[in-house]
Design a binder for this molecule. Structure first.
Ligand code: PEP
Ligand code: MN
Length: 352
């Protein structure tokens, strides 16, 4: 339930209303907009009567929310959320460019990659330190020792870093070393981990599970949001289907679907979605046209010698070729995004 308050509601009436809500033992969050103030009821709303709230002085209207997600909903936050990380504005007009190796393998490797990718305009450096592998016999990541390698390489070349956190006790360990916590596909429904990340103040990139429905994806975001962290970035990384020519199937539909109902940014991971290098450019550009707020691409100087995901990592040269094609559509893409943003703003001002 969303309570939209009248413009200029006086303080006394506002506190009376909050008192009324608190007495009914429900949780709520307050949002101060440019011209309006909104209260979002997120807890057990059964104790709250819509008509009683509507009759309250100072309340303009009450909007019931039928979707199970509330804080992730555009009804709750009508304009797009923009998450600032370093110079990048994720969800802003310019799609964010993230890239780096699947795994951080050595100090030299991550420095070599950071140097090259910073020159190629990458804004955020990725690198797995703790790796969730399908086989216990596969490389599990360099572990803790790699955290300063990644942080220092990113810092030196002016790129904030993102890395996957697999379990709750890694949050503290990683906190001073990463700028964005990544939740991997396998952990999308690790609810205790999501709750713990919701209590941190760092952006969280939440990858979609391999068989997660649309609602499940947004409800996982809701776990982070409802614990107090509003910096959630969604990531479509492909889902499991019957096709055998790619590792997963990129669900491009989910991008505009998310944009329709949610204010959260969503980026695309074409590397894990395809598992191969030859179609990454087309799949990424297609996703950007569909509304994706950026991309995260795996790059390795020598993919044939990579300790994980060698088949899907681009070489530096291949990444440069991708950027050449991306730059051909960059300006049109920004114009398209400007138009979409204006449509959203117009819709918001018409509905207030
Ligand atoms: C990754 O990005 O390193 C990764 C393991 O991806 P996913 O969780 O999407 O499989
Ligand atoms: Mn990988």
């Amino acid at each position: 339930m969303i309570i939209v308050l009248k413009k200029g509601i006086d303080k006394e009436k506002y506190h009376e209303l909050l008192n009324f809500i608190e007495k009914r033992d429900v949780e709520y969050v307050e949002i101060e907009g440019v011209s309006k103030r909104i209260i979002g009821i997120i807890g057990n709303k059964h104790n709250l009567d819509k008509d009683a709230i509507t009759a309250f002085p100072g309340v303009e209207r009450v909007i019931p929310i039928l979707e199970p997600y509330k804080l992730a909903s555009r009804k709750f936050h009508p304009t797009n959320s923009i998450i600032k990380v370093g110079e990048a504005e994720i969800g802003g007009l310019e799609p964010v460019r993230m890239a780096g190796p699947c795994s951080v393998e050595s100090e030299e490797q991550i420095w070599e990659i950071a140097e090259n990718l910073s020159k190629q305009g990458v804004q955020i450096l990725r690198g797995g330190i703790f790796k969730p592998r399908s086989s216990p016999y596969s490389f599990q990541g360099v572990g803790e020792i790699g955290l300063p390698w990644l942080r220092d390489a990113g810092k030196h070349y002016g790129m904030p870093v993102i890395s996957e956190v697999m379990q709750i006790n890694q949050i503290e360990l990683m906190y001073d070393y990463v700028d964005i916590f990544q939740v991997g596909a396998r952990n999308m429904q690790n609810f205790r981990l999501l709750e713990a990340l919701g209590k941190t103040d760092k952006p969280i990139m939440l990858k979609r599970g391999i068989a997660a429905t649309f609602n499940e994806f947004l409800m996982s975001a809701e776990y982070i949001l409802s614990n107090g962290n509003d910096k959630v970035i969604l990531c479509e990384r492909g889902i499991r289907t019957f096709v055998e020519y790619t590792r997963n199937t990129l669900d491009v539909n989910v991008i505009p679907m998310v944009k329709n109902v949610s204010h959260l940014p969503i980026i695309v991971d074409p590397s894990h979605a395809t598992g191969r290098t030859d179609i990454i450019t087309q799949v990424t550009l297609g996703s950007l046209i569909a509304g994706a707020d950026g991309f995260i691409i795996e790059v390795h100087p020598r993919p044939y010698a990579a300790l994980s995901d060698g088949a899907q990592q681009l070489t530096f040269e291949q990444y440069a070729q991708f950027m050449e094609d991306y730059n051909l559509i960059r300006e049109s893409l920004i114009k398209l995004r400007e138009k979409k943003f204006a449509e959203i703003n117009e819709h918001v001002s018409n509905s207030l």
